[in-house]
Design a protein around this ligand. Structure first.
Ligand SMILES: [Zn+2]
Length: 403
């Protein structure tokens, strides 16, 4: 099977899994039925190719061509490709799956050409990359690197109060295994994640593929605003203590601070109690996501935002912070050379590749053009020709890495 035929077939396999009919978007959340179907699919693809499937302590799936432990012991650990299969709420088809499908297509391309890798080649499906269910992005890679502690992870809860430990156990993965996993990381000599671009960099440069340079510093904060529940009809305006008003001003402040500081800030999630049309809320919890190329500008935004929320009798809690992540310069240079001088771009989106890079794994990324720049939406898109250009670029890169 040629790599392009593999790509088309695997893409068609994934198309219906976890898709919401009404929105057209994907709801592939960690440890749900859709996620388990995707995991089974991945295991099946590994088996079809005779790859050895290893599930690590966090539940990430690694499909190996060659023996990664012997190679690691000999000081020449494997090259790994892949990405994730989970999605944000009503996410697009490309964010994550493009990297996994491309990686499997690369295996077929190498075999079709009779290439026998001189070092093991792995394909990974990282679990819970989007953090859509438990609130922590890249939970799978953060767990194996130790950036997310096991106790904290086990206690995280979803919107229904189900803990990550309970969700994992229900899905057949023992949460007692969670914890740093140096054995898994030792096998990875280089990691290359191909991903759909989540902005307009490649459209503006009129190129199908780019090499990633770095990931902007980024973080998430929760803000809790308390009030007093009361009747929407009988409570005079002057008697109200309505946290929704504080929430509205916080959201609008985040926007103006972002403009002033030259960064981006988003309030994309809110929880209202009791969440009734005819009830003044007793509590509003919002989330702030802030990112930018300059970490000081992001921090200054968060500082001003926190001060304002405190003035509104609210409380701000940092849920995560990741400094700027620079990918491995040697590896990026190697990719750029192999690909004949394609553009090199930074990104405002976080990735498992960034978590691995921060843990000391030589890591690189390839981006595939997104004609609208829209991502985390059912409208996210990439042209088939650009996806195939991505597969070809990844194949060239891997051939260089394993020859
Ligand atoms: Zn992604």
């Amino acid at each position: 099977m040629t790599a392009h035929a593999t790509f088309d077939r695997l893409w068609a396999d994934l198309e219906p899994i976890g898709r919401d009919r009404a929105s057209g978007g994907y709801r592939r959340f960690a440890w749900t039925d859709a996620d388990l179907t995707l995991r089974e699919w991945f295991a099946g693809q590994a088996a079809d190719r005779g790859l050895d499937l290893v599930t690590d302590r966090a539940g990430n799936q690694w499909a190996w061509w060659g023996d990664p432990d012997t190679a690691a012991a000999q000081g020449d650990p494997g090259a790994v490709l892949g990405s994730h299969l989970d999605s944000v709420p009503d996410g697009g088809a490309f964010d994550g799956p493009l990297g996994v499908v491309s990686a499997l297509a690369v295996v077929d391309a190498l075999r079709a050409r009779g290439v026998v890798p001189s070092r093991p080649l792995g394909v990974v499906n990282f679990g819970d990359e989007e953090g859509a269910r438990f609130g922590i992005a890249c939970a799978g890679s953060r767990l194996v690197t130790g950036a997310l502690g096991a106790d904290r992870a086990r206690a995280l809860t979803d919107g229904d109060g189900v803990s990550m430990a309970e969700a994992m156990a229900a899905a057949g993965h023992d949460p007692a295994h969670l914890g740093p996993d140096p054995e898994t990381l030792r096998r990875v000599g280089a990691f290359v994640e191909l991903h759909v671009e989540q902005g307009r960099g490649l459209v503006d440069l009129d190129a199908p593929v780019a090499v990633g340079a770095s990931i902007w510093p980024h973080g998430r904060w929760r803000f809790d605003l308390a009030g007093q529940a009361n009747h929407a009809g009988t409570t005079r305006l002057v008697d109200r203590h309505d946290p929704m008003l504080a929430f509205a001003s916080a959201v609008s402040l985040a926007r103006s601070l972002a403009e002033r500081n030259g960064v981006v800030a988003t309030c994309g999630k809110v929880r209202v109690e009791p969440n009734g049309v005819n009830a003044i809320p007793s509590r509003v919890t919002g989330w702030l996501d802030a990112r930018g190329s300059d970490p000081d500008a992001v921090r200054s935004l968060v500082q001003a935002f926190s001060a304002a929320v405190t003035d509104l009798d609210g409380e701000v809690t940092q849920e995560s912070w990741t400094d700027e992540t620079a990918f491995d310069a040697d590896l990026a240079g190697r990719l750029t050379r192999v690909l004949g001088g394609v553009p090199v771009l930074p990104t405002g989106a976080g990735h498992d590749a960034g978590i691995l890079a921060n843990a000391g794994v030589p890591t690189a990324m390839l981006f595939v053009r997104n004609p609208t720049g829209i991502s985390h939406s059912p409208q996210e898109f990439a042209e088939r020709d650009d996806c195939l250009a991505g597969v070809d670029a990844l194949t060239a890169v891997v051939e260089d890495l394993v020859s």
